[in-house]
Design a protein around this ligand. Structure first.
Ligand code: ZN
Length: 169
């Protein structure tokens, strides 16, 4: 019993320090999303993460999937994932990147757009706050620490390695 506790503690330390968590296969992640009413779309109708025309969930972090399903449950808007862990989302590959399993892209729809944007700049939104505009577009942070970046034609949705909760003041 004592030895098991020590092994578990060491595992926790390793997990925290690498920030990797559990990574899922494409099919396992897709099954979880579909079970929650979230669909996936790809330009090339494929899931090879080495092809930028595909939409892949291979190696996505389970925390990212957990968050996405929870997000869907908070608003029940249409959720269509148009980008995942495939190549082609800039050069970054590590923590907080698409390739690293921290991000998905979501198709615009009025339900989702309004849910994130309405009242975000005035603090009237119970879920999101506007946190400034980057060169890619305006950014919003949820109370749980997710960051939603409104790009030209989709939401870039990040579940960070170290989420800042309650908008960080
Ligand atoms: Zn993106």
């Amino acid at each position: 019993m004592h030895r098991k506790a020590i092994v578990f503690f060491v595992f926790l330390l390793i997990d925290v320090h690498t920030g990797m968590g559990v990574q899922l296969s494409h099919s396992a992640a897709l099954a979880r999303l579909q079970g929650a009413g979230i669909s996936l779309s790809s330009t090339g109708n494929c899931s090879n993460r080495n092809n930028r025309l595909c939409t892949s969930l291979e190696n996505i972090r389970s925390e990212t999937i957990d968050w996405l399903i929870h997000f869907k449950q908070t608003n029940n808007c249409p959720f269509v994932v148009t980008g995942g862990t495939e190549t082609g989302h800039g050069r970054r590959t590590g923590v907080d990147s698409h390739w690293g399993g921290y991000k998905v892209d979501l198709r615009f729809n009025s339900c989702l757009n309004q849910f994130i944007e309405r009242g975000s700049r005035t603090g009237q939104n119970s879920y999101f706050r506007y946190i400034g505009t980057s060169s890619y577009g305006p950014r919003y942070r949820s109370g749980s620490g997710a960051i939603l970046l409104k790009e030209s034609n989709h939401w870039d949705a990040l579940w960070p390695a170290n989420p800042v909760v309650n908008w960080g003041g």
